[in-house]
Design a protein. Structure first.
Length: 280
């Protein structure tokens, strides 16, 4: 697929090739090369939800924190596509210890950006699912209602979870104040799995809101091993409450529920949710 109008007026040259990129559930993504030898990233969708790309651009701009991660420049926003600067790609497993220290420091700086309430100035998307971000004073209530229980409204989640597990999820949501310590509402990427962290180090594909820093860390840990130097560097700038590692599986429930909502039980997700809920 090659649509010349993607780059019209951007002074990048005319597109000559269009290579599909892997990753993500919401878009078809391409690296477009031009007659001037430049490249850009184009994200598109045949029938995108309303405001998908405008909201992604807003999230990227919100993450432009001095000392924080690099984020791609927004070159064009349209109803059915988004053009971004190309920050490259590489395998995170190949990165050095110093890369992970740097990434830990950058995330800590991002999390030092705080709000007086949880949520965001508008709703946005997590993948293709609406993400509700109403300003909320109580972080436990916010996470319970808008990051856990909201998924029970999604038919794939509701149907995949037996009634016993739905009740357990509701019980966990009601007990969050006993299970998770108070945390300031920090600026979160919101969808920080490994595929959205580039070795620049940079962040892509945000689902931005102000929420618990531990919730962000739970996604990184839950999606694979992160070397200890990352967390050491992070805590030098943004210390965490005692016992934070033990809370990671519980907070990772939100990601498991999101996966279930998007894909159903294709990744044995129901069993993973059940294992986390069982002790509670």
């Amino acid at each position: 697929m090659l649509t010349p109008s993607w780059l019209d007026g951007l002074d990048l040259g005319d597109p000559v090739s269009c290579d599909p990129l892997e990753g993500g559930v919401a878009n078809k993504t391409y690296r477009v090369r031009t007659t001037l030898g430049r490249t850009a990233i184009v994200k598109t969708h045949d029938d995108p939800p309303a405001g998908l790309y405008e909201l992604e651009a807003d999230g990227l701009n919100a993450l432009r924190v001095p000392g924080g991660f690099v984020v791609p420049e927004v070159l064009r926003v349209a109803a059915d596509f988004l053009v971004l600067s190309d920050l490259g790609s590489a395998v995170l497993a190949d990165q050095s210890v110093e890369f992970w220290r740097d990434a830990g420091r950058r995330l800590a700086i991002q999390h030092q950006q705080t709000s007086d309430k949880f949520g965001y100035h508008q709703d946005n998307y997590l993948g293709l699912l609406p993400q509700r971000n109403p300003w909320t004073s109580d972080g436990h209530a916010f996470f319970a209602e808008h990051r856990l229980l909201r998924f029970l409204e999604v038919p794939r989640c509701y149907d995949a979870l037996p009634a016993t597990d739905r009740r357990r999820l509701e019980r966990v949501a009601s007990r969050l104040s006993d299970l998770v310590p108070e945390q300031p509402p920090s600026l979160l990427h919101g969808d920080l799995w490994h595929g959205n962290l580039l070795p620049t180090p940079a962040l892509i594909d945000p689902a931005v809101y102000y929420g618990w820093p531990e919730a962000e860390l739970s996604m990184l840990i839950g999606c694979g091993n992160i070397p200890d130097p990352f967390y050491t560097a992070y805590e030098e700038l943004h210390p965490l409450a005692e016992g934070w590692r033990s809370r990671m599986p519980l907070l990772h429930l939100r990601e498991h529920l999101a996966v279930l909502a998007h894909f159903g039980n294709t990744h044995n997700t129901t069993a993973k949710i059940q294992e986390i809920l069982k002790p509670h």
